[in-house]
Design a protein around this ligand. Structure first.
Ligand SMILES: [Zn+2]
Length: 459
């Protein structure tokens, strides 16, 4: 029996899907305006483990993730700069190219960490679902949940009595704190934008026509519109980082349940804790901001980082240090070495398989699962039996223990050259583009231009 902590009920519950054995799961994905760092990636490994454990238990997954490629504002309170436009300025590219560049970087990091991302229409780009978002706002408007201000359409949270059911915040405390910047015309401090109008006299790189005027969707509406499009208005699991609880997921619940009257919007809410570096928040200004590519450049195997993530429970804060990563790399190398000459798999070790299943089913206790794995490796069972059982374990761990693996990750500098070349191609400067291709070739990589964009391979 698989048990998982549900933020909605604040308890570890038995997982029972709405329509067994099918499970609908929505993950809030990255906003692709800058590099995804190892803190972000911890969360996606966490989701990957959750999916693998569900499959291990025989459930059939329909997993969907969004890519936020449309601008939303830096602050949660609908003020401040637009993240995508900010990224575009910073890197001197268009918002559309920024989105492409950092989606690619995210996908490369996932590949390196052996994360199985949704593919095809299950990886949903916010800009592909603008009509669905507008339709949802219209529905809320028709049902009387919205009002208009100078700068957009807002959700009136006082009309939704269960607004604080996920965050369990005290509205009075919230008012006292008043850390949320107040926007002119907003009726309640927790009200949030569903549709923002483009500022008068200012043209944005991303904006769309709507019944309320030219503008762009509020951040939260995309996740409601896309999750319901893919999974229906009532599904099993919604995941994100703990920073999503108070605002993003709270707003998703309000606008989805208000629109459909179907409660709950998602049955389970799973939230992953943060990663800090040497006891401090990771940030560029503290010079402790690392990507998966940085780890590879320093000679670490990305799967050693995956191993390191597994050592801390997903609901606990994880403190990253280089010593801990070196420790994980040694353990990971030992794991590969200790098992490489084992006999071919035969009947497995039932006792260990049962204990492992109990550990992962207990709210994803992965550090215990790793301890059981090492106990198995050191045990006196014949290696053929251990080999069979360890292969089963690796379906969940995803450490590629028996895989013939060569790491083929395209370095960031090559990816930068590729997007620079795309820029030349777009303006028809084919001489510069050919020169760039040659430069990339000299560095050992080849580009093929396809309908979906350039594909880079190692020569
Ligand atoms: Zn979301």
């Amino acid at each position: 029996m698989f048990k998982i902590y549900n933020t909605l009920t604040r308890s570890v519950e038995e997982f029972k899907p709405i329509n067994p054995p099918n499970v609908g799961m929505y993950s809030c994905g990255p906003t692709v305006y800058d590099f995804q760092h190892i803190g972000h990636m911890r969360r996606y490994v966490g989701d990957d483990i959750l999916i693998r454990v569900l499959k291990y238990n025989g459930f059939k997954l329909h997993h969907v993730m969004n890519i936020t490629d449309v601008g939303h504002l830096v602050s949660d309170s609908d003020t401040g700069e637009d993240k995508m436009e900010k990224g575009a300025k910073k890197f001197g590219m268009s918002v559309w190219d920024i989105a492409k560049k950092f989606e690619e970087q995210f996908k490369n990091s996932c590949k390196a960490l052996n994360i199985n991302l949704p593919t095809g229409t299950n990886l949903m780009h916010a800009t592909d679902y603008i009509p669905e978002q507008i339709a949802l706002v219209k529905k809320l408007e028709e049902k009387g949940y919205t009002y208009k201000t100078e700068d957009g359409i807002y959700f009136n949270t006082s009309k939704f009595p269960d607004y604080f059911k996920l965050s369990r915040q005290d509205p009075e405390e919230l008012k006292k704190g008043a850390r949320v910047e107040f926007i002119e015309g907003k009726k309640n401090i927790s009200d949030f934008a569903l549709w923002k109008l483009s500022p008068k006299g200012e043209s944005r790189q991303m904006e769309w026509e709507s019944p309320w005027g030219v503008g762009f969707p509020g951040w939260h509406i995309e996740c409601s519109a896309m999750s319901m499009k893919a999974l229906g208005n009532h599904f099993d699991i919604h995941t994100g980082g703990i920073d999503h609880i108070n605002i993003h997921h709270t707003n998703e619940i309000a606008q989805s349940e208000a629109a459909t009257d179907k409660v709950p919007f998602s049955k389970f809410w799973v939230h992953h804790n943060f990663l800090i570096v040497n006891g401090e928040k990771m940030s560029k200004s503290l010079n402790n901001f690392y990507t998966v590519q940085d780890m590879i450049n320093k000679g670490y195997d990305p799967l050693a980082l995956r191993y390191l993530y597994l050592q801390t429970h997903y609901r606990q804060e994880m403190n990253f240090t280089w010593e801990s990563l070196s420790g994980a790399q040694s353990a990971y190398k030992k794991l590969i070495n200790d098992t490489k000459n084992w006999d071919l798999p035969k009947v497995g070790c039932a006792e260990f398989e049962e204990r492992f299943l109990n550990a992962v089913n207990d709210d994803l206790n992965m550090s215990k699962a790793l301890a059981i794995m090492w106990e198995l490796i050191k045990s006196d069972y014949p290696s053929s039996a251990k080999s069979q059982t360890l292969r089963r374990f690796d379906l969940v761990l995803g450490l590629e223990i028996f895989a013939e693996r060569k790491i083929e990750i395209i370095p960031q500098n090559i990816l930068d050259f590729v997007s620079e070349r795309e820029g030349f191609r777009k303006v028809g400067d084919f001489r510069a583009s050919d020169e760039m291709r040659k430069k990339i070739r000299d560095l050992g990589y080849d580009i093929q231009d396809t309908k979906e964009g350039p594909v880079v391979t190692k020569i």
